[in-house]
Write a protein that binds this ligand. Structure first.
Ligand code: ASP
Length: 439
């Protein structure tokens, strides 16, 4: 059926960036539906149009004069329109936005105008129809996406439009009020469109050449990942690597539609293919390493705990009652540890300790703060002998003490807990043994 292409804010920040995007779209006739973000940062320290719009809203909300902020926004679009030589006049659009902001239209309305205006500019450049996302991305009264209705609506609206521009990030509630997704949500719009039209591919164009095997702030020039499965990505993204908005991936899983993350500034790079499944053999044993600092391990010791029916449930219930989620629960015969986010845990600490004493009468509760979790992820690890051995010998050579180990039975990931101060050294050591040495 063709491709749905989404372009992020930095890809559309200036007329020069727009030109790159237009060349990419024109190069492939299959790139039929275009989902633009709002103009993003032009350079480090610049402000995204979306953030300027949030400022406008706050000023308007306080009854302050927001005309100067709106003028800044206007200048961003003028540069794009003029730089591209378009004969597009946005006077009426800006006047409507000004009036609506002054009349107290909501924060989401304000934020959404960045994508809305960029959609109009994009449609004018390509000379193809503009489909307002408010007509096709449908939220319910509570502000939750109505995925089923949205799917039907997009499919019906685009049925007779072989090409169109649909702005990202927002939709509307049944009463017509504009509602946005969370930040970075244009990725979700792109994926909803791709699902509804049964696209062959969802291309997500950004300013990096896909996913990297490790965080470039920790490992120098990490190798890009050429193919990653949804499940691998989930294991890595949950540990902190966010190239795609998490909610953009799930609508496509069931459809088996692949996502290709590409770099607008380096269109020659193949980027990363995110797929439901593949027999493509990964180049390295591991697909990637993710990690996050700031966990605390709560270990409960009690003799004969393994004979107590409902012990684990009662422990987890204490966390549940405090509204806390947990990351991992490694256990021994008489020990049970719960790894939780330290910042979330601290305000509830004493209540949880008291709750545990009450509900399971432990012999001892031990708290181990300042822990990091590292996920070594890869479909290539499956049925592959020696992976765990290599990880732990690399860590031992790097003098990293391993505090916790958890291997999912899917054999897709090994999670390792280390002290925060060993975090970077551990990631570098694992990268070196699996990537540098396999090159
Ligand atoms: N413009 C919005 C943001 O800055 C949405 C997006 O770019 O996807 O978060």
């Amino acid at each position: 059926m063709g491709k749905v292409v989404k372009f992020g804010g930095s890809s559309l920040a200036t007329s020069k960036q727009f030109e790159k995007v237009l060349a990419i779209i024109r190069e492939d006739a299959d790139r039929r539906y275009v989902v633009p973000s709002a103009p993003g940062k032009r350079y480090a320290g610049d402000t995204k149009v979306t953030d300027l719009l949030y400022s406008c809203f706050r000023q308007a909300n306080k009854g302050q004069d927001f005309s100067e902020t709106l003028l800044f926004i206007r200048e961003r679009y003028e540069e794009i329109v003029q730089g591209l030589g378009l004969s597009l006049n946005l006077d009426d659009e800006f006047e409507t936005i000004r009036m609506n902001l002054a009349a107290g239209s909501g924060e989401d309305y304000a934020a959404s105008r960045g994508e809305y205006l960029n959609g109009i500019v994009m449609a004018a450049c390509l000379d193809i129809p503009f489909v307002d996302a408010a007509d096709v991305i449908l939220f319910n009264e509570d502000g939750e996406l109505d995925a089923r209705k949205t799917d039907v609506r997009i499919a019906a609206r685009l049925e007779d439009l072989p090409r169109a521009v649909i702005p990202g990030f927002y939709g509307a509630k049944p009463d017509g009020t504009i509602k946005t997704f969370s930040r970075g949500g244009s990725d979700i719009t792109g994926s909803l469109v791709a699902k509804a039209v049964h696209a062959d591919l969802y291309e997500n164009w950004t300013d990096v050449s896909g996913f990297l095997m490790a965080d470039p702030r920790i490992v120098k020039d990490p190798v890009p990942i050429s193919t990653i499965t949804y499940r691998e990505m989930r294991e890595l993204s949950y540990m902190g690597a966010s190239v795609l908005h998490e909610d953009s991936v799930f609508p496509l899983i069931k459809e088996g539609i692949p996502i290709n993350v590409r770099n607008t500034n380096h269109p020659e790079d193949p980027g990363t293919m995110v797929v439901e499944n593949t027999c493509n053999k990964p180049r390295y044993t591991i697909t990637g390493i993710g990690g996050k600092k700031g966990f605390v391990s709560v270990t409960i010791e009690k003799a004969m705990m393994n004979t107590e029916v409902g012990f684990g449930r009662r422990v987890l219930q204490v966390f549940e009652e405090q509204g806390m989620t947990f990351e991992h629960t490694p256990s021994g015969i008489d020990t049970f540890s719960i790894l939780v986010n330290q910042r979330d845990f601290e305000p509830h600490e004493q209540k949880i300790i008291a709750g545990l004493h009450r509900s399971v009468q432990p012999d001892m509760i031990e708290l181990e703060p300042d822990m990091s979790l590292i996920a070594v992820v890869g479909r290539g690890m499956r049925r592959n002998r020696g992976t765990a051995g290599r990880i732990f010998s690399a860590l031992s050579h790097a003098h990293v003490n391993v505090k916790m180990i958890d291997q999912g039975s899917s054999e897709l990931n090994v999670i390792i807990g280390v002290e925060n101060r060993d975090f970077e050294a551990a990631i570098r050591a694992i990268y070196a043994v699996f990537v540098s040495s396999e090159q």
